[in-house]
Design a protein around this ligand. Structure first.
Ligand SMILES: Nc1nc2c(ncn2[C@@H]2O[C@H](COP(=O)(O)OP(=O)(O)OP(=O)(O)O)[C@@H](O)[C@H]2O)c(=O)[nH]1
Ligand SMILES: [Mg+2]
Ligand SMILES: [Zn+2]
Length: 307
């Protein structure tokens, strides 16, 4: 190749970077016309929207094992807050941000739970929303994905298999961590162990005392607490009794952490399908404790005036 030819190619490559759209999650330069980031598969709509904002949106995570209740919680919470006119209001940005609440509420109205979140990141629902609070004059901008528990498990066991998870959790400002209260109450240790692995992963991911996970807020949510009222009475005590390893881990590593209990339904019925698999059906939708952990997280991020 001639010297002139290589200079031309190099300038073409540089020009393509100048015109590229950096992914909002992993910063990989992408073509403006693409739908998903070529590197991490996050939707590029997030980058398009963030480019029009004065203040960059902050990232908040919802993590936990598969089947712990992340989708049901997030979909119902966003739906509740987008209808609420007082205290805390959520305005979703972009049509894609409505999918999570739409699929969750549609399923619950049909008397079933929403489907399991697929492991492929380009099939996840992402929510970009603006939050307005009565006492806080500036609106807050947040981005939250509904990640699949199985993808989280794979990433924790084999770090960097899911670039979107490692990039997102590296830049993330705080997290809700879900743990199944009914499984804890039944004496199952897998929830305790998996959640500790997940939290160790966070601590190792950003190994910086000032800006790393030890100084970021972590809200532990005991999900499905409709099945065990003791979790609502005193969530931290319940966790001490049923997930003592996790409580010790949080006290040792996270300066800002708190325990909450939440449930979306009032009760469930359980039957076995033709494959002898247990199927849970919600009897009535009766959200309890959904806003408190989210509000606590926002207060840690933006100060006391929120809410
Ligand atoms: N009793 C009760 N069960 C719930 C509640 N929320 C979810 N569930 C049950 O938990 C199951 C899983 O809920 P999801 O929200 O799909 O769980 P997830 O954490 O998103 O799971 P992945 O998508 O696999 O990561 C549901 O199908 C219900 O059977 C709740 O508030 N109370
Ligand atoms: Mg899910
Ligand atoms: Zn990306």
């Amino acid at each position: 190749m001639t010297g002139r030819g290589s200079v031309e190619l190099e300038s073409l490559r540089l020009a393509s970077y100048i015109n590229a759209l950096p992914c909002y999650i992993c910063e990989h330069p992408n073509k403006h016309t693409d739908e998903f980031c070529a590197q991490c598969l996050a939707p590029l709509a997030l980058a398009h929207q963030a480019a029009n904002q004065k203040a960059p949106p902050r990232l908040v995570a919802a993590i936990g094992a598969a089947g712990v209740g992340k989708t049901v919680y997030l979909g119902t919470l966003i739906d509740m807050l987008s209808r609420q006119s007082e205290q805390l209001q959520v305005l979703t940005r972009g049509a894609f941000s409505i999918n999570l609440q739409q699929t969750t509420i549609q399923a619950l109205q049909q008397g079933r739970f929403p489907d399991k979140t697929p492991s492929e990141p380009d099939r996840w629902n992402w929510v970009h929303c603006q939050i307005r609070c009565r006492r806080y004059t500036k609106p807050l901008e947040l981005i939250m994905p509904d990640m699949a528990g199985e993808a989280l498990l794979e990433e924790v066991e084999h770090p960097r298999t899911y670039q979107v998870i490692s990039s997102f959790l590296t830049r993330c400002a705080g997290t809700l961590v879900f743990i199944d209260a009914t499984r804890l109450y039944a004496g199952s240790a897998d929830q305790d162990h998996f959640t500790m692995k997940l939290l160790s992963y966070l601590v190792e991911l950003v190994d910086d005392a000032k800006h790393g996970w030890p100084s970021r807020p972590v809200a532990i949510v005991l999900s499905k607490a409709d099945q065990c009222d003791a979790a609502f009475v005193d969530p931290e005590r319940f966790a001490e009794e049923h997930a003592s390893g996790l409580v010790r881990f949080c006290r040792q590593w996270f300066k800002k952490h708190a325990f909450f209990a939440a449930s979306v339904v009032g009760n469930c019925v359980v039957y076995r399908d033709q494959y002898r698999q247990e199927v849970h059906l919600p009897l009535r939708v009766e959200p309890r404790g959904l806003v408190d952990p989210f509000l606590w997280l926002l207060r840690q991020l933006y100060g006391r005036k929120v809410g």
